[in-house]
Design a protein around this ligand. Structure first.
Ligand code: ZN
Length: 386
């Protein structure tokens, strides 16, 4: 996979390869030959002599910063510490205290990092068509937005051998489990959310994307826990032909410490990669811990952080901690040769207009997934910093 190691901010001889303006025909250029002219320099307190350019087609001017993940940022040095803090189990306010910035700065940057992660994962998937020849493990990760009355699952698709996180997709569903009469009354008063098909819709979208990501004619094995929705999602002629579902249902377990039954042992063995990912998510993200006072407010923001965590899991974090020579899931797939530092993850800005992104992910990118409890659901619709 071609992805530069040096952050664009450090390149003194940088030359743009396409126009950063969305409406310009040169924005989608993939071949060399972009015609631009030099257009002076500018300096700020934090950055010195940043070259400016002008597109010879749309005549718009732009600078090297237009190609950096830190475009328009007044505190570019915070980007990497915020990313590291988010996957290091800190809540926004804790990160803000450590770094000496406002909590809103962390929240805004978390969204920016999440958007970058969505596009990076989308770009990666295009490279995977011929590489991936493993089976997949699929399960939903359970969490909630704002209140436990608004639970949702996140469909997570993981490689059975590489442990690479291929896909994430939200599945809002009704509250389950025991509720007191007061809780039931309160839940009934809450405004309804968009469900997008719940478990079934989310699973179907993940299966369709898996079908489209892999080479036509290949048979794909998906290992699941026998959830009814998984089998129903597969019952579509174009999916049935390609996807084989292997089910290892969850079984009742004895008290803590008692030996596992054979069925439980088989289930744990086959679902290990996805169980491990879910443990990492609970351990690494402040709002997914049990018994915590941190909680995610909006599904959209929670998903952004999930994508950032998926990118960290795939490219930055070792497959197995404690083993010095353990590579990353991306190395296991042959996508990359070495572990990426955070600076490499953020070495280039990605543009939604140049990256083919699945519709649900675009929906999340634009923050169109609204939460009915809030009067204001700010969408991401900036013109230049999109
Ligand atoms: Zn242009």
């Amino acid at each position: 996979m071609h992805w530069p190691g040096t952050p664009v901010e450090h390149l003194s001889g940088f030359q743009p390869a396409f126009c950063p303006r969305r409406g310009c025909p040169e924005h989608v250029r993939l071949t060399p030959g972009f015609r631009f002219e030099r257009h002076g320099f500018y300096s700020t307190r934090r950055r010195w002599r940043i070259p400016r350019f002008r597109c010879r087609v749309c005549r718009a001017s732009f600078s090297r910063q237009s190609f950096a993940v830190s475009y328009y940022s007044k505190r570019p040095e915070l980007l990497i510490p915020i990313a590291a803090g988010l996957v290091g189990g800190s809540a926004h306010r804790q990160i803000a205290r450590t770094l000496g910035c406002a909590p809103s700065t962390v929240t805004r940057n978390a969204a920016r990092l999440g958007r970058h992660a969505i596009l990076l994962l989308a770009m990666t998937r295009r490279e995977l068509a011929g590489l991936s020849n493993e089976s997949f493990v699929f399960d939903h990760f359970e969490t909630f937005e704002f209140t436990q009355d608004y639970p949702f699952g996140v469909g997570t698709l993981v490689g059975s051998k590489s442990w690479f996180v291929y896909d994430l997709d939200p599945a809002p569903h009704g509250r389950t489990g025991h509720m007191s009469p007061a809780q039931r009354h309160r839940a009934g008063q809450r405004p309804r959310r968009q469900a997008a098909g719940g478990y079934l819709g989310s699973t179907r979208r993940v299966f369709q994307r898996l079908r489209d990501m892999t080479l036509p004619g290949t048979t794909l094995t998906v290992i699941g826990d026998g959830h009814k929705a998984y089998d129903r999602a597969r019952r579509d002629p174009s999916l049935e032909r390609r996807i084989v579902l292997a089910s290892y249902p969850n079984v009742p377990r004895g008290p803590k410490g008692s030996p596992r039954s054979e069925a439980a042992r088989l289930r744990d063995e086959h679902l290990f990669p996805v169980d491990l990912l879910h443990k990492i998510l609970r351990h690494s993200l402040a709002h997914h811990r049990r018994e915590t006072i941190a909680f995610g407010r909006r599904l959209n923001a929670i998903m952004e952080q999930m994508f950032l965590t998926a990118v960290w899991r795939n490219f930055v974090k070792k497959r197995t901690e404690g083993k010095s020579r353990s590579g990353t899931p991306a190395m296991r797939l042959g996508l990359t040769r070495e572990r990426w530092p955070w600076s490499r993850v953020f070495s280039r800005r990605l543009f939604p207009g140049r990256t083919a992104t699945p519709p649900t992910w675009t929906h999340l990118y634009r923050r169109l997934w609204t939460s009915p409890l809030f009067e204001r659901n700010a969408k991401h619709e900036l013109k230049l910093a999109f």
